[in-house]
Design a protein around this ligand. Structure first.
Ligand code: PMP
Ligand code: GLN
Length: 401
């Protein structure tokens, strides 16, 4: 085999995706969706809805294409979307951001995260504190940027961090505390104490806060609280979100970053050489979505909450111990009763299509290699599917016993 130089190897290794012989492997989501397609199993793995989002939003994209919005968008994003993002931050969170200077549209939250980490990390001694299990791209991008990932563990079933462990993880070497709330894969929503401690530590150690709030409108009790709204946080926080989850259009890949102008400029300096811009006709469509009435936003949370309950009941009936998600698309269950000796959740998930006709994601895929043992029996199931699909998956899983 030819030796291919470059940063790909440490990026793949960072995400735990370097297989035997150093061959790069696909992400766990790609692998499991391909497995579902191959076996015909119900896909409760990769988090994407099996129904389209609102007609108004889809029609706005069609209209934009018909109206000729088909060339490059301006580097920061189309003005109507910049305005809509600023209006959304004010409407839901009382946050004031200048649409011209403090908002940047990106190719999904994924590019926002990549550009932000690449922009703000500069040395192998820089540390990025994350909550483990963590979304796979965090470890990949931190490794690509050449910095060190410092994981703070979240433990089944409530998945709130221990405040002492959090305090020990943040030091003067911490460049960024990266916070995904509501949290993928655990469905946790951080408590007010955790939020306050994150901001206190960031200020104490002069670290930046980067948030991933893609599930901001999928909180099941009460309202989402962005870290940027806490006293003393806004000046050191970049908030990231996207339209994929809120509007059930995960393929559109329209995301954004908001925060202080100098930090947004730094992210733009990198982002403009990653994609430059993307999704011109989808940008005004997402702007239309952000302007939908309150009933739309409360409706998606209520609908997903009911699906979480249905999925949780099905998993419990099948014999799993279940963590009750407070937000996001996901529910974590303990598959320990179904593991034979020496098996872990990854083995279980690879065998699940054959055993039960269902696909799910092992939590080990969201953990650093040295911490995988802590998550060895845990499995993530996606609830963002039609009710009849969740019911059928539950019935199939009950055959595991
Ligand atoms: N962050 C988290 C926590 C996610 O679950 C996802 C997956 N949808 C993303 C980021 C990526 O978002 P996007 O599809 O907008 O790139
Ligand atoms: N966010 C989705 C999930 O967690 C996956 C997106 C992807 O495949 N990169 O399932």
């Amino acid at each position: 085999m030819r030796e291919i130089p470059g940063a790909w190897r440490r990026t793949a290794r960072g995400a735990g995706l370097l297989g035997p012989g150093d061959a790069p492997a696909p992400t766990i989501f790609a692998e499991m969706t391909a497995l579902a397609a191959r076996t015909g199993a119900i896909n409760l793995g990769q988090g994407f809805p099996d129904e389209d989002g609102p007609a108004e939003v889809r029609e706005a994209a069609l209209a934009a294409i018909a109206d000729g919005a088909n060339q490059y968008a301006p580097g920061r994003g189309v003005p109507v979307l910049l305005d809509a993002i600023a209006a959304h931050q004010r409407r839901f969170y009382d946050l004031e951001v200048d649409p011209q200077r403090e908002v940047l549209v990106t190719a999904g939250a994924t590019e926002a995260l990549a550009a932000t980490l690449l922009a703000l990390i500069d040395s192998p001694d820089d540390e990025v504190v994350v909550f483990e299990p963590y979304y796979d791209s965090y470890a990949a991008c931190v490794a690509l940027a050449g910095a060190r990932l410092v994981p703070v563990p979240l433990r089944f079933p409530d998945f709130q961090p221990d405040l002492d462990e959090l305090a020990r993880a943040v030091t003067d070497r911490t460049r960024i505390i990266l916070v995904n709330d509501p949290h993928n894969p655990t469905g946790a929503v951080f408590s007010a104490d955790v939020r306050a401690e994150i901001v206190r530590l960031a200020r104490l150690h002069d670290a930046l806060i980067v948030t991933d709030e893609v599930y901001e409108h999928l909180v099941f009790d009460g309202a989402h609280v962005p870290l940027a709204t806490l006293p003393g946080a806004a000046e050191r926080t970049l908030s990231i979100s996207s339209g994929g989850k809120t509007f059930s259009m995960t393929g559109w890949k329209i995301g954004w970053v908001t925060g202080p102008a100098d930090l947004v400029d730094a992210v733009l300096a990198v982002k403009q050489f990653l994609t430059y811009t993307n999704g011109t006709p989808f940008q005004p469509a997402i702007a239309a979505g952000l302007g939908l009435p309150d009933a739309y936003f409360s409706g998606i949370a209520a609908t997903l909450r009911a699906k979480r309950d249905l999925l949780g009941d099905g998993l419990r009936a099948a014999g799993f111990d279940v963590s009750i998600a407070a937000g996001s698309y996901f529910t974590v269950a303990d598959a320990a009763p179904f593991l034979s000796s020496g098996q872990d959740a990854a083995d279980f998930c690879r065998a699940l299509p054959e055993r039960a006709g269902v696909v799910a994601i092992p939590l080990t895929a969201f953990a650093s290699p040295q911490h995988r043992a802590q998550y060895a029996s845990l499995v993530r199931f996606a609830a963002c599917k039609r009710t009849e699909v969740i019911a059928e998956a539950s019935a199939r899983l009950s055959a595991l016993r």
